[in-house]
Write a protein that binds this ligand. Structure first.
Ligand SMILES: Nc1ncnc2c1ncn2[C@@H]1O[C@H](COP(=O)(O)OP(=O)(O)OP(=O)(O)O)[C@@H](O)[C@H]1O
Length: 717
């Protein structure tokens, strides 16, 4: 094929790769045949190259539709480093000359938001007929679909591309400009929706495995809203980053310096090599970033005096108290929603304070950047190659970088403070912080000068940083698409990386506030149910479960996740419990079944060692999954939307199935199951209460308990 001849040279020259990956070859081949294409490939697999290379091969312009300015900016910077001219257009572009030059074909790649498309329609037509447009690439194409996890209504208008650029006259010939849609997260339904909305005609579908074999998925139970939990859950992270030099002394600067205390004289215990390699200006840069943020934000509260060391025992010996702490207060004060200063404790409220789509988009920021071409391009390229090859980067990234996702904005700030007090260099990121601050976080993190970012979902799309070794989700994600996409930020260099999920298994995930119609609410709850199922199951490999969600069958277990490593818990004979539940719901079956809570109450009254509703909820879900019971309410609402409809955690009215009734009649049947996450937590809680309660009340059923009570009353009479 003609295009393949130039590829090795271009690949080596601009990107330093030897070969195209198989899926990249297929996508570019479709483009070369003027065919539309849909590319579905794991995050970090290299989708960008599928539309970047056509620009270089054809010497025409590639128009890339992208959802966030920050994302476009990152890509332009990376292309500049690769010696490819690129620019982005739209509200974030301060230089109007860039738009003019872009429409004259001065840049190989032109990025724009979908909102800009109607305004630029005329210019694009002219460009297509003059310099020529090689391709329209719709990046993060799942935003097109309202079934996707990042729906953007403006993406719905992109269907016009196919109509408007089908018969373009270029150098006397009629050409059809292909459209390429790319995404890393799309279920079958989302994929079909994208194809339909974009009006792709007879597209080539390129689907690769979703699997990222270097990601270790683990799930942990944690009372994520409990004040003690930060300590238990984050100590390993803190230790890692303290060791790698996160808490060194920062130089005092400007308005912050007068507030800081003189440093304690403590011996510097850090390894020699580390001390020598740590540039002092980085910390100053972080500080400067927040100074700027503070200056820009009118509602900044005065800095609190004298309470930097209200937790002195937590200031590590080898780290002097840092001015970074002061910065954390600035970060708080820019939030405006934090009242007191006891924020080293997690929020006790479990109510998420963000609306998902808004938060994700709100995390975008404007960038003062013109296009990259000519001498500017060469300068940038030199600068980047020095940074890339430099020793400093290697030294800094030894512990890897880490993103911690918190469910609420308040909690991002709380945890940032907590980390800083323990000497870890980190910054908060959420949509309500000043844009200047967000931009700085991006830049510092990207250039390895910041190790930990504590963020809401606003920080995610487009973070293409190779050495992120840990992504932690602290609280229930809203969907497995979200979870997988955000976790996909880890291990992009191919190195083994950790994706940890901390959830409170005693609670059910709740929806973030948003405008949804009834159907969308059902869908969103269904997505939550999938997250719950993922976290609670103790007997299926986590990666296999994630792949199953994306309709991919992974033939082997990953051998990395917590289920594969520790193995499922021992099977228990739960026949008696199954019969108890079956009996409890059988008798009040009047067409709609028995309320789950009432059923548990009646079982407790009869006497059982399984006293918590939490345990029964887990167990009922097993029975539902195995077809012994059905949930009449969730069946109606979930069945249409989910292949896992039986496993919804939101139990309401239960009825035995014919299989369940057969179990009641049979004398020999034995039911053995692995207890699930919530059942294990319930049993542990039970044990603890038994340990702490007086001996006589241990392991007594409510019936025994009430009998004992009457006896006591009689005696006293
Ligand atoms: N042919 C190739 N050979 C080797 N490495 C490659 C190749 N193509 C891409 N990569 C590398 O893969 C990494 C991810 O690339 P890219 O940002 O395009 O991923 P992506 O699929 O767009 O991810 P996301 O969906 O998360 O945005 C980059 O660091 C890039 O260097």
């Amino acid at each position: 094929m003609e295009w393949e001849k130039r590829t090795p040279y271009l690949l080596r020259k601009h990107f330093g790769y030897k070969n195209l990956k198989c899926f990249q070859r297929r996508a570019i081949d479709a483009w070369a045949q003027h065919r539309d294409c849909f590319v579905l490939s794991a995050s970090g697999s290299g989708k960008s190259l599928c539309y970047q290379l056509p620009a270089l091969i054809s010497n025409k312009v590639v128009i890339v539709i992208s959802p966030l300015i920050s994302l476009m900016h990152d890509q332009c910077m990376q292309l500049a480093a690769a010696g490819v001219s690129a620019c982005f257009l739209g509200s974030g572009q301060p230089d109007h000359g860039v738009e003019l030059r872009a429409m004259y074909g001065c840049y190989s790649l032109v990025y724009m938001c979908p909102e800009s498309l109607p305004r630029l329609a005329r210019g694009l037509q002219d460009l297509a007929q003059s310099k020529g447009i090689a391709l329209f690439a719709v990046d993060e194409a799942h935003c097109v679909s309202k079934w996707g996890h990042d729906f953007r209504p403006e993406y719905g208008n992109l269907g016009t591309l196919r109509k408007d650029f089908t018969d373009i006259i270029w150098r006397g010939q009629k050409v059809r400009i292909p459209v390429m849609a790319l995404t890393a997260t799309a279920t079958d339904r989302v994929r079909d929706d994208v194809l339909e909305c974009l009006h792709l005609s007879n597209p080539t579908i390129v689907i690769t495995s979703f699997n990222r074999p270097n990601l270790m998925f683990t799930v942990h139970h944690s009372k994520t809203t409990h004040p003690e939990s930060y300590k238990a859950d984050f100590e390993p992270v803190i230790r890692r980053y303290k060791r790698s030099g996160g808490g060194r002394r920062l130089p005092c600067q400007g308005l912050l310096s007068s507030r800081s205390k003189p440093p304690h004289k403590v011996p510097d215990l850090r390894p020699r090599q580390l001390q020598d390699n740590q540039p002092a200006d980085e910390a100053a840069e972080i500080e400067r970033a927040t100074c700027v943020a503070r200056a820009k934000c009118p509602e900044v509260a005065p800095l609190p005096g004298g309470n930097l060391d209200d937790d002195p025992e937590h200031i590590p010996m080898e780290f002097e108290e840092t001015d970074d702490d002061v910065e954390s207060y600035i970060t708080q004060s820019t939030v405006g929603d934090i009242q007191d200063r006891k924020e080293t404790q997690p929020s006790t409220s479990n109510t998420p304070d963000i609306e998902k789509a808004e938060e994700r988009r709100g995390g975008d920021f404007e960038v003062q950047s013109r296009g990259y071409s000519g001498s500017k391009l060469r300068r940038l390229r030199r600068k980047f190659s020095v940074q890339r090859g430099g020793n400093r980067t290697k030294q800094r990234s030894r512990a890897g970088a880490c993103i911690i996702y918190m469910p609420t904005r308040t909690e991002t700030v709380n945890l940032t403070n907590y980390f800083r007090r323990r000497g870890v260099k980190c910054m908060a990121y959420h949509s309500q912080l000043p844009k200047e601050h967000l931009k700085q976080v991006h830049e510092l993190f990207q250039s390895d000068r910041l190790q930990v970012v504590i963020a809401t979902i606003a920080f995610g799309m487009g973070i293409n940083k190779p050495n992120i070794t840990h992504v932690i989700h602290y609280g229930w994600p809203q969907s497995l698409e979200d979870y997988y996409q955000e976790s996909g930020r880890a291990g992009r260099d191919g190195a083994l990386s950790h994706c940890q999920l901390f959830v409170d298994m005693t609670t059910l995930p709740t929806l973030l506030a948003s405008f949804r119609n009834k159907h969308e609410t059902i869908l969103a709850r269904n997505m939550l149910a999938q997250c719950h199922r993922y976290a609670i199951r103790t007997d299926i490999c986590r990666t296999q479960m994630l792949m199953e969600y994306f309709n991919e069958k992974l033939p082997q277990k990953c051998q990395l996740c917590d289920v594969c490593i520790s193995g499922p818990p021992k099977e228990e004979d739960l026949t008696q419990e199954a019969i108890q539940m079956m009996k409890a719901i059988k008798h009040s079956n009047r067409g709609r079944g028995r309320n789950f809570k009432e059923a548990v109450k009646s079982i407790r009254h009869e006497g059982t060692k399984r006293t918590t509703r939490l345990w029964w909820r887990g167990f009922v879900r097993i029975l539902l999954e195995h077809g012994y019971l059905k949930d009449t309410t969730t069946e109606k609402t979930f069945a249409a939307e989910s292949k896992h409809s039986r496993t919804s955690p939101y139990l309401k009215f239960l009825m035995p199935t014919s299989k369940g009734l057969r179990l009641l009649r049979s004398k020999k049947c034995k039911l053995k199951f692995h207890p699930q996450g919530d059942m294990i937590v319930a049993m542990q809680m039970n044990e603890e209460t038994n340990k702490n309660s007086p001996k006589e009340s241990r392991r007594t059923s409510p019936v025994q308990h009430s009998k004992r009570k009457t006896k006591r009353k009689q005696n006293s009479r």
